[in-house]
Design a protein around this ligand. Sequence first.
Ligand SMILES: N[C@@H](CCC(=O)N[C@@H](CS)C(=O)NCC(=O)O)C(=O)O
Length: 120
Amino acid sequence: MSDVTTRIQDLIDSNDVVLFMKGTKEMPQCGFSSRVAGVLNYMAVPYEGINVLSDADIRQGIKDFSDWPTIPQLYVKGEFVGGCDIITEMTLSGELDQLLSKKGVTFDQAAADKIREANA
Ligand SMILES: N[C@@H](CCC(=O)N[C@@H](CS)C(=O)NCC(=O)O)C(=O)O
């Protein structure tokens, strides 16, 4: 395994939820990353945000690792879930809640319901 692959695998193995994103959880630097971080923050999902803008190897490496061409990328318990479009759809359909519950990741159910109410 290459060094960057090992680093990515370690990040995914040692954090239940990892968001590879542009910018930080507190200050995303791209609208797509901001949307996903905003959902996770609002739903109080505990997650590790990895800023790919501060690491060019990770920025390219995660695309190769997931075979997915863009950032953001969300992993839950080692499983690649998707980018902004997929996470948005899954949030609105309730699939994200189901996935988090199934994987034993805590989140604020009332907040998730509120997102759906606001977008109904
Ligand atoms: N449709 C994508 C939108 C994300 C996207 O287009 N990201 C671009 C611009 S931030 C990207 O990562 N480009 C490659 C790069 O900047 O390394 C999604 O659902 O996540």
